[in-house]
Design a protein around this ligand. Sequence first.
Ligand code: PMP
Ligand code: GLN
Length: 382
Amino acid sequence: MTAIQSKLPNVGTTIFTVMSQMASEYNAINLSQGFPDFPVSEKLIDLVYQNMQIGHNQYAPMPGLPQLREAIAAKIKNTGGIKLNTETEITVSAGATEAIFSSVLATVNQGDEVIVLEPAYDCYIPAIELAGGKVIPVGLNLADFKPDWQKIQDKITEKTRMIIINFPHNPSGAILTETDVAALKKILEENPQLLILSDEVYEHIIFDGNTNLSVLKDEFLASRSIAVSSFGKTFHATGWKIGYMVAPETIMKEIRKVHQYNCFSVHTPSQFAMAEYLQNEQTYLGVSSMYERKREFFQEAMQKSKFKVIPSYGTYFQLLDFSEVSDMDDMEFAQYLIKEKGVASIPVSAFYSDRQDNKLLRFCFAKGEETLQKAADILCKI
Ligand code: PMP
Ligand code: GLN
């Protein structure tokens, strides 16, 4: 056997796959991996089918179908964003994961430092490491999962190339405020070498009348940022793996050099279908209220439990603090819940590079009410 030296020696199988597999093995209610259990719109499915039938089955243009890039630009403009050049500043990607990977590979050089706010979604660190960058983890405040901008500022050196942010935030559901945006702008003004990678995949799942404070809503921020989103989240079609990235032309030129060899182009009939589907803005503007009802339902159903419900302002995730319920660490407790109680969740320690345990589990509420009620009934009895 020829041995190879691992480029990612600390990486195993992602926690989402591990917990979903375990849920299936023990026949547990799966609120672990984030995916909806309800159907994609009939209209969108019909549009994909029609486009397959009329022969839109060969390679799409490398940066994405022009009509879809136009529709994405219109969506961004409609939701308060800046006007974009669809030729040069938008690229359709194979989900947000590919967008993040291609963006990091294109912009982070050997030895560059990248600040990652933890708890952090698990695809950022491997991308930085494969690019030869150095990960600088900075914890979000434990009380409310907000960024501590002074702490971030203190970690910036002349080698800091990028800060990765993700709001609405997976796993906590925290969102940005205007004060955060002002602090971020100040950091960029003071550090001309810095770029922001803004993972906004949950941009259309935000509650209580708030709207996502996208980096694309401000000319200056947009000029220094790569923004990433995912139709998987917005149209509850996580299996379609279609997303997009937005960046200034000079940066996008480099990102496309990676995208064209990492992916080249994305499923053509789906791109035609989404371009048309997006013409009705209700398709994305109505998503928040649908999930807000689910958040209310799940939180209400958890009222009588010993778990502490942490406020969730966006995403389809709910954190529950189990410190009054068990002394186990979060990984042990998540496994116990699957094996002994039949409910699967994600231990939040998996989102920290030092695997710190804060007695928090993440539950996905993108599920039918019956499923959420069943899970809550079990959890309330513990
Ligand atoms: N970023 C975050 C924060 C996510 O939760 C996810 C989702 N699963 C992704 C990126 C990846 O999105 P996609 O499935 O479109 O690749
Ligand atoms: N983003 C999803 C989550 O946070 C999982 C995606 C995946 O399994 N790769 O649960």
